[in-house]
Design a protein around this ligand. Sequence first.
Ligand SMILES: C[S@@+](CC[C@H](N)C(=O)[O-])C[C@H]1O[C@@H](n2cnc3c(N)ncnc32)[C@H](O)[C@@H]1O
Length: 199
Amino acid sequence: MKLSNAVKMAHQFLSDRLSNAQYVVDATAGNGYDTLFLAKNTSENATIFAFDIQQIALDKARKLIDNHGFSSKIRYILDSHVDIASYADHQIDVVMFNLGYLPGGSHAITTQAKTTVLALQNVLPHLSLNGMVSVVAYPGHPAGTEEQLLLKDFLQSLPQQTYTVSSYVILNQIHHPPVLYMIEKVGGKADEGTASRKN
Ligand SMILES: C[S@@+](CC[C@H](N)C(=O)[O-])C[C@H]1O[C@@H](n2cnc3c(N)ncnc32)[C@H](O)[C@@H]1O
């Protein structure tokens, strides 16, 4: 396992859990590389919900997925990850957040500290027991620093009876390296009935 890249570390942590996951979410589909990772590492009957607020991102993700032959597993949703729970009437096994802006796209359209935390607050009650969430945050610019700090405050306040939260950062990398947060649901029950579905 190469430890030099926060996204690869997230993939590594999630891969065991994905092998028997049924419902999976890519909360920031972007160019589709994480969606592709999720598609490759789940069973044929798994469903992957790919969220993004930009149609251009979903188009790019769809093209990548189609080229790899995984189209039937993916549902593309042009909406904010704040509303993930509205689209699933079942517990969710794995969620990936890869924060920031679309590589190659507008830097003005980026994840925001408050909505990122709100998205986590909304989705965590719908996580299955042993379900996992990964969040890669990029504190290399002021808005990214604010997002990472707010995220850290929120995550470290989660009750340890219900969630195990950990963080990983490469200490000797220059220029504010990305931070990976991993959240695992270890106790309690996911909400039985979720909010009404949007589709
Ligand atoms: C760093 S990119 C994701 C990279 C992607 N996972 C990949 O493999 O290429 C972040 C993405 O989050 C999207 N985004 C920003 N705010 C969002 C929100 N509130 N809900 C869903 N997606 C959002 C952006 O449009 C952008 O495409």
